[in-house]
Design a protein. Structure first.
Length: 150
């Protein structure tokens, strides 16, 4: 059986709790678009970041991975407006979480020469995120002894 990396649909049906565990917020990292320019001294074409933000990487701690992971959200995600200092290491939840397998070939030098290896990974994306403490799970309940209208 072979897996075609990066060409399959995103994986949306997985157990988030078993796969990632509890997630704690670390920081928001903006990812900028790049533009090409010509270096006047060397004539070489180079790239530099622009002021346009393409997406945000949310760095968070995963209790299952026992380390930091990155989940990417779009520019219009409302979670990026949280106060990073107050939310540091607070539990967060992601909406619309999906994963996609990726792979690329790299040339690596070894003692025996150079060889090509396949490097693989998983890209996690979400539509938005929020602090777990601000979940909308707190519904207002009415006392049972209220008289019925009628």
């Amino acid at each position: 059986m072979s897996i075609k990396l990066g060409t399959t649909d995103p994986i949306t049906n997985f157990d988030i709790k078993k796969t990632l565990g509890d997630l704690e917020f670390i920081e928001v990292q903006p990812q900028y678009d790049f533009e090409e320019y010509t270096d006047e001294e060397t004539g070489e074409i180079r790239q530099r970041p622009t002021d346009v933000i393409r997406e945000y990487n949310i760095l968070c701690y995963s209790s299952v991975a026992k380390g930091n992971i990155v989940i990417t959200v779009p520019v219009d995600a409302k979670g990026i407006e949280i106060d990073e200092d107050k939310a540091y290491r607070e539990k967060i939840v992601f909406e619309g979480l999906s994963a996609r397998l990726w792979g690329r070939r790299e040339r690596r030098r070894t003692r025996d020469g150079e060889r090509t290896v396949l490097v693989t990974g998983t890209k996690l994306r979400a539509t938005d995120f929020k602090l777990a403490a601000t979940n909308d799970n707190k519904l207002e309940t009415k006392p049972d002894n209220q008289p019925k209208k009628g």
